[in-house]
Write a protein that binds this ligand. Structure first.
Ligand SMILES: [Zn+2]
Ligand SMILES: [Zn+2]
Ligand SMILES: [Zn+2]
Length: 93
């Protein structure tokens, strides 16, 4: 495992800019759920909740819609995570 982890889905990144204001996880808002941390899908820009949240909408979005990469939507955090490659990285435009 000495190889540097590389995400092979970088061409799926269409949106890197966070919306403003961020209202919360769009799926949780629909069902009245709550979330721990927020992520943004970098393919469609939807705000979703993290794997520590009860509904894990970011993970489900990746599995169901097939958008592999999310980024943190937490203030001051700019890392991305690929659910397919299970690798974290910082995307630079
Ligand atoms: Zn990937
Ligand atoms: Zn959610
Ligand atoms: Zn998406």
């Amino acid at each position: 495992m000495s190889e540097e982890p590389v995400c092979s889905h970088l061409d799926e990144i269409k949106v890197t800019e966070l919306p403003s204001p961020i209202r919360g996880c769009e799926e949780c808002l629909k069902i009245g759920g709550h979330w721990v941390h927020l992520r943004m899908c970098e393919t469609c820009g939807e705000i979703l909740c993290c794997d520590s949240s009860p509904n894990q909408h970011a993970k489900h979005h990746a599995a169901e819609v097939g958008h592999p990469i999310v980024r943190s939507a937490q203030p001051g955090e700019d890392w991305s995570w690929c659910y397919v490659d299970e690798v974290a990285f910082v995307s630079r435009r």
